[in-house]
Design a binder for this molecule. Structure first.
Ligand code: HEC
Length: 98
């Protein structure tokens, strides 16, 4: 899984312009701060129970519930994977990503 995410990050680094860090976690962090932070906050408010399932995240972003906006079609698969990587990485580190 780590290796897959690393490959994805290499692909993403070609498509997403980031000045410094180009790994999937930092890309996910940028996307998160832009699209998710307004509701979920910098500390992932309401995401504590997220079980780290990539498919569940995809369903959620495709308008799975009525409480969250429908992000269907907004993110590429790579970008969803990057957001996922960010959410999981923050869980693992039990702290915030710079
Ligand atoms: C307009 C506010 C809003 C925005 C923007 C938003 N969310 Fe949410 N999100 C919610 C609410 C409210 C819930 C809890 C209710 C529900 O399940 O729909 C939620 C639930 C979730 C859950 C499920 C958590 C669990 O316990 O299973 C995930 C995962 C999630 N959001 C991810 C994201 C991601 C990733 C983004 C950005 C791409 C995002 N959200 C943007 C409001 C928002």
């Amino acid at each position: 899984m780590r290796r897959n995410l690393f490959c994805v990050s290499l692909l993403l680094s070609c498509n997403v312009l980031l000045a410094t860090d180009s790994n999937e976690v930092s890309i996910g962090a940028v996307l998160y701060s832009e699209y998710c932070q307004s509701c979920h906050g910098a500390d992932k408010v309401g995401l504590e129970a997220f079980d780290g399932n990539l498919e569940a995240l995809k369903l959620r972003l495709d308008g799975y519930t009525e409480n969250m906006p429908d992000f269907s079609g907004l993110f590429s698969d790579d970008e969803v994977t990057a957001i996922y990587g960010y959410l999981v990485a923050e869980d693992d580190a039990n702290g915030s990503i710079q």
